[in-house]
Structures are given as C-alpha cells and as structure tokens.
Design a protein around this ligand. Structure first.
Ligand code: F6R
Length: 612
C-alpha cells in the first residue's frame, strides 16, 4: 500500500527520497510524488505510474533541498492519476502533506471547508486533511504542530502523515494512527518512513511512533507528543534489518529469491525453539500463556489471504494434535459480524506484515470482548505484535515480493511448533509421536532444498500451461490449504483464474468446468487421504482434465494416471504443506514471468493492506 519517505538534515533530500520510494515499491502503488523545500520554495512533482516515471518527469527541474518528502500512492479515494497523487497542497499552498490510510469523515469536512471558500484540486481525502489543518492554523492562530494536533483530534480514520511548511524549512511533522511511521535518527539528520526499508542504509536507530502520536522534528530535535498533548520520551530502538535482506542478491525477482530462501527461513523460524535430539521444544512467546492455550475451550484464528491459509493449516494441526476446537476466520468478516467470544477463548492473529487493517481491527474487537490474543507475525515491531498479549515472530526476514512465499512456510512452521507445545502440555500427543515430529521438522529445510532442485523441470511444466485461462487446485486434509494457496499464488501474479477446492467438493460444482484444456493441480502425497485423492484424480481424468500431481517420491500409482507429476520427499502427513507448497510457488512464478507479468508487484495488489 502507500509508502512514505521523508528526510531532514544536511544532505540533499531528493536522492534519499527517490531511493527510499524505490525500496517501498514492493508495497504496491499506482502513482508517486515528492515535495522539496529549497530557498523558501516548495517544489512538488508528482506522476501517475512508477517511481521511474516520476524521476523522468522531475529531470531538469529544481531538485535541491535538504528537507523533503516522497510518497507512493495506492489509490483509495479517486483514480490513480497525477492530480490525485501525493503530496497535496493546503489552500494557500503554504503546507503540503503525504498520507497513508483513509480519512473516513473527509466528506463532511470537505463540505464544511467548501462553505468557507476552500477549493480542491483532487478527489482525495488527504487534500481535505491538509486544508482542514490550515483552516485551524489560521482560525486558532496556533503553530503548525498545534494545528495538526487539533485537526487530528477531529479525524475519524487511519493515517500516517508527514507535513511540510514553506514558512518553516527546518520543521517536519509526522503522525500516526493505525498506519505505521518509523523515524530514523541519524547524526544531525532524521528520516521518516512507513517502514524501515528506506532507512536501514543510513541509520540503525529508529523510533516507532505509537497510535495517536505526533513527531515534530524541528531544528535538529525530535519531540513526540500524543494528540492529547502529552509529551513522550522517544524510545530509540536498534533495527535488526540488514540491507542485503532487502536487495535482490542476484535473483531476477524478489519472489524467486524468497522462494529460494525457504530452507533457511523455515530453519530460522524454528531456530532455538526446538531440538529433536533432546526432545526440547520451547516457544518463548507462549510460555506465559501455555495454560491459557491448554485450557482454551476454543481457538479462533483471524487472518487474511495467505496468512488465512496458514491459519487453516493450523486449524488442522491444533484439532489433530491438541483436540481443541478451532475456527478460522477471515478478519474482515469477523470484525463486522458481532462474533460470540468468551474470556476463555484464545485468538491467534496471523500476519506477515503485522499491519493488515482488518486483522488489527479483529484483534481490537476480540480484546474488547476479553479474549487472549496471540500474534504470529513476521515484521518485528509492527502494529499487530504490539497490539497482542503475546506472540511469536516467524523470523522469515523481510518479504518484498508482494506474493507471500517464505512468510507462509515460516507461519506454518511456527504454528506447528505452537500446536506441538500445547499438545505436549495437554498430554494429547505421545512422547514417541512428539519426538518423531520434531525430527521430521528438523529435516524439512533439506526436503525443501530438494524440491528447489527441480526448478528446471517445473519451469518446463509451466511453459506447457502458460496460455491456460483457468486452473483448478485440489487437495484433501492438509493438502486442502495448500491447494488454496497454490491457486492464490497463480491468480495473483499471472492473472490466470484459479480456484482451490477440497478435492471431494469438486463433484459438487467445479467438475462442470473440467475439459481437456483445464489444468488440475492435485496434492496427492502419501497420507491419510491418499486413496480418496486417487479417486478424485480418476474423476478428473474421466472428464479429460489435465492432471499435474504433487506426489511423494517413489510414487507409482498416481504417475499412471497423471499427465505430469512433481515428486516431493516423503514427510509426515501433517508437515506436507511445508514441502508441497514449494513446487506450486515455482510453477506460478515461472508462468507469471513467461506471461510478462510484474511478478514482484502484481497489478492492483499491495504488500501491506493498511486499509480495510
Ligand atoms: C498473498 C498475500 C496476501 C496476504 C494478505 C495478508 O500472496 O500476500 O494475501 O497474505 O494480504 O497479509 P498479512 O499476512 O501481512 O496480514
């Protein structure tokens, strides 16, 4: 979603801002803009399209200035065009603003401002906010920071904003509510961004603003206060992020790099948490809440997209291993349907970014109803880990490709560890099975590595199906969430329509779609449902569908029926998602590349969905 970068210090702001915007491109956007303060002038350049379009547009123009801000916009209010791109001016063009989020009461504010003579040049809610701030500034005769504070007190909605003033070239104001802002603290310079990636190469010292906090950087000094006017001492943290982690490192795309990182990222998600040799498993994050989990009458999992699919795997695991009833909820539905929650419910919120607006809102709702909330997140220090009672990080490292890959496998690995720890605590698993699963888990990275070695064969297979218009993905049991995830990967990056279904459900509708042009990807690994899946494959073959089967190494049965097989190393049934999803990620990746799609930034998608 929208991205923010701002700089104030002694260096030229423009190169830092533009590079920062490029680092934020992974979030997804459709226009970009900058504002630069120089010799009493504020120069704003903005353009629909990519940051490179903005750079071309700005060429030869005045780009000097030691203070400035830049924005990548993912359209919510108003089309993605030059006019609606940020920054936006205030009425008298003294102030300008960039904004992530949505101002929900903008329409009423706009009407009120129009009646006072304000005119607007865009369709955005953001422009309304800066006009509103300016209105207060003049009406109340207060400083800009005070006008910002008073205005934000009236705002309904979510925002991360940065504001500059022509009248005050040493001042930069930022604020947040439900949309992240990080302030990087350098030597006599400050960086502001919507995540740490534009900042990491300049400083490791950062301050994460909390909701309803305003940062004022004025003449080299940072002060933080709340919108209730309470002064806060900025808490400076050290960033763990490494620069290499946010660069492509020789791969053509971030997505491919991230697929290949999985042996390592799965290992990192388990590192220090389990030791099969000694039978040790310790998820520090749940230690304090182990009893709560073990006694929970119900676990509710809230997430969106790929994280929801990881939640579905967790449902199977937790019911299977811990005998606790589990419900997996789309956070966006959960938050609006007056759900029944009890104090002894445990809610697990799963999110790669830790910023997903619907998941955050679901957490707040569950908290209000007294439930205990546990987070499974990847981005350290993000809003969700800060909003939950406890949690576990997935430690997959930064995921830049919009399509989630390594975050999914790390989520599944962490959720497996959680299920195992609770099962052990509850006594719902035998020591032998527990130990077997720990050993199998430790073997997963090597098995993923083995699948990655088949990349060339998977690429050839992708070439055969590159012109497909539709695809069906089928699985049963632990293979079902994998089918959903495989279908999501294909549709989001290649724009081929793909559906994931429980294999048996196929005959209740989707079977009507099957003909000799329909690729049907089936998770057909050895395990509890193997024979049933084989029957489903036969049903597809009887209708001339083209079967691509993910099978266990050495399989002889499915091979005789399928058009193509991809073998994966044998593992325990409950760990199959961690290995079987890998060929599906590669398959989607190659198809998308062959179709000329923008794999890392698919159209219309955003990496961190901070609006509902
Ligand atoms: C799909 C994908 C999205 C996210 C979803 C939730 O590849 O990336 O479906 O999984 O937007 O995002 P997080 O996990 O950040 O809450």
């Amino acid at each position: 979603m929208c991205g923010i970068v701002a700089y104030i210090g002694k260096r030229q702001a423009y190169p830092i801002i533009v590079k920062g915007l490029q680092r934020l491109e992974y979030r997804g956007y459709d226009s970009a803009g900058v504002a630069l303060l120089h010799q009493g002038q504020m120069n704003i350049y903005k353009k629909a399209g990519k940051v490179t379009d903005l750079i071309k547009f700005a060429e030869g123009k005045e780009l000097n200035g030691n203070i400035g801000m830049g924005h990548t916009r993912w359209a919510t209010h108003g089309e993605p065009n030059d006019r609606n791109a940020h920054p936006h001016w205030s009425e008298s063009t003294i102030f300008s603003i960039i904004h992530n989020g949505i101002i929900e009461n903008y329409a009423a504010l706009k009407e009120a401002l129009k009646s006072k003579g304000h005119t607007f040049t865009s369709d955005t809610d953001t422009e309304v906010l800066i006009h509103f701030i300016e209105d207060i500034y003049y009406a109340e005769k207060v400083s800009l920071e005070e006008a910002v504070r008073l205005a934000l007190g009236e705002i309904v909605g979510a925002y991360a904003i940065v504001i500059l003033s022509k009248q005050d070239p040493h001042k930069l104001i930022a604020a947040r509510r439900a949309s992240p802002i990080v302030v990087g603290v350098g030597t006599d310079e400050f960086f502001v961004a919507s995540d740490a990636s534009p900042i990491v190469e300049y400083t490791k010292n950062v301050v994460y603003l909390n909701d309803n906090e305003i940062a004022l950087i004025d003449n080299g000094k940072l002060t933080v206060k709340t919108i209730e006017n309470q002064v806060k001492t900025p808490y400076i943290q050290e960033l763990e992020l490494q620069l290499e982690a946010i660069e492509k490192g020789g791969y053509d795309h971030f997505m491919l790099k991230e697929i290949y990182e999985q042996p390592r990222s799965i290992w990192d998600s388990m590192r220090g948490r389990l030791d099969a040799k000694t039978g040790h498993l310790r998820m520090g994050g749940i230690a304090e809440f182990e009893g709560k989990f073990a006694n929970a009458k119900r676990i509710i999992i809230c997430a969106c997209g790929t994280s929801w699919h990881a939640g579905l795997v967790a449902e199977y695991l937790l019911e299977d291993l811990c005998r606790i009833p589990v419900e997996v909820e789309y956070a966006s539905e959960f938050r609006y349907r007056n759900p029944v929650l009890f104090e002894d419910d445990v809610v697990i919120a799963i999110s790669q970014s830790g910023e997903t607006a619907d998941t955050l809102a679901a957490i707040e709702l569950a908290k209000q109803k007294g439930a205990t909330i546990f987070g499974v997140c990847n981005v350290v220090g993000a809003s969700i880990p800060r909003a939950t009672h406890a949690g576990a990080y997935t430690h997959a490292g930064p995921e830049i490709g919009v399509a989630s890959t390594k975050a999914f496998t790390a989520q599944v690995a962490v959720l497996t560890l959680i299920a195992l720890q609770i099962a052990q605590k509850k006594g719902t698993i035998t020591e032998t099975r527990f130990r077997t699963l720990l050993t199998e888990l430790e073997a997963i990275p090597a098995k993923v590595e083995a699948v990655l070695k088949q990349n060339d064969a998977i690429k050839e297979l992708a070439a055969r199906y590159v012109d497909s218009n539709n695809a069906l993905y089928l699985g049963r049991g632990y293979g079902f969430p994998v089918a959903l995830e495989g279908a999501l990967k294909l549709k989001e990056i290649s724009y081929i329509h793909a559906e994931g279904y429980p294999a048996a459900e196929m005959k209740h509708g989707p079977i009507a779609l099957i003909d000799d042009a329909m690729p049907v990807v089936v998770i057909a690994t050895k395990g509890a449902n193997f024979e049933k899946v084989v029957s489903n494959i036969q049903e597809v073959k009887a209708r001339k569908g083209r079967i691509i089967a993910i099978v266990t190494e050495g399989d002889k049965e499915v091979r005789t029926m399928a058009d193509h097989v991809i073998e994966i190393p044998e593992t325990d049934d409950i760990l199959v998602p961690l290995v079987s999803v890998i060929p599906l990620q590669l398959f989607s990746y190659h198809i998308a590349v062959m179709r000329g799609c923008n794999v890392d930034q698919p159209r219309n998608l955003a990496k961190s969905v901070t609006v509902e």
